[in-house]
Write a protein that binds this ligand. Structure first.
Ligand code: MN
Length: 250
């Protein structure tokens, strides 16, 4: 198996190294990751300048662009052989509920999925990655299971792992995305030169953390696995909008 590994915390992040090492027993590993931390980059592509790819001493390739840039150029010209799987992470912090819209970790995996390659995004719920070894074991266990079992392909899985010792994790749970309250207010201040500046506030607390959600599973010590799709069409509103447009005359 050829596995493309990326992330959004940057090519020096400990979570990336842990994930790459966890994937190594499965075959050939190629790491293509952003040069800088791009958390919150979502699915952005860099279109206003060319991108450079450089090789770090450990063999990782790094790109002066976004997570999506990394996977995009890997799949459209950089790699000689198409990967069988794209994995992203292990992110330092959760990507649950509405986080998935903003997440660069999820976006890197999503780019693989958009090109028809099965993809998995891995995040640890609590910041700090205290039990990174444990999370890496979970990543390997999930890829092992994927190799053994029949999942419809391609798939895009969003995995959130509680930051616990492996023996304290309470299994794998298939979940739906929960929902968050709106973000905390923007933090306002003054720059050293007297300009008003704004720093985007923290994500909101969970609003829907009911049973079945990613929030609920991880709060109970389970590894949350949510299958994602990309189609944003609001299918239930198609009829109402169509009626509202009537004949559609301008
Ligand atoms: Mn991140």
């Amino acid at each position: 198996m050829h596995i493309l590994v990326s992330n959004d915390d940057g090519y020096l992040a400990p979570g990336l190294r842990a994930l790459a090492e966890a994937m190594r027993p499965f075959g050939e590993i190629t790491v293509v990751a952003p040069e800088q931390n791009c958390s919150g980059a979502s699915n952005s592509l860099t279109l206003t300048r060319p991108l450079s790819v450089r090789r770090a001493e450990n063999g990782y390739l790094f790109v002066n662009g976004t997570p999506t840039d990394c996977v995009h150029i890997a799949l459209t010209g950089l790699l000689e052989r198409r990967p069988d799987l794209v994995v992203s992470g292990i992110n330092d912090g959760q990507n649950m509920g509405d986080d998935t819209i903003y997440s660069g970790t999820v976006a890197a995996a999503m780019e693989g999925y958009l090109f028809g390659v099965p993809a998995i995004a891995f995040s640890v719920v609590q910041k700090g990655l205290e039990h990174l070894d444990s999370a890496a074991l979970v990543c390997a266990a999930i890829v092992e299971r994927m190799r053994a079992g029949a999942l419809p392909r391609p798939f895009l899985l969003n995995v959130n792992i509680p930051d616990l010792p492996y023996s304290q994790l309470r299994g794998l749970a298939c979940t739906r995305l929960g929902k968050r309250h709106p973000s905390e207010p923007v933090v306002q201040g003054l720059s050293p030169r007297g300009d008003t500046i704004y720093w985007v506030g923290a994500a909101g607390e969970a609003a829907d953390a009911s049973p079945g959600t990613d929030f609920h599973a991880t709060a109970n010590g389970q590894v949350s696995i949510t299958p994602l799709q990309i189609d944003l069409t609001h299918t239930e509103q198609l009829e109402a909008v169509s009626e509202w447009l009537g004949q559609g005359r301008l």
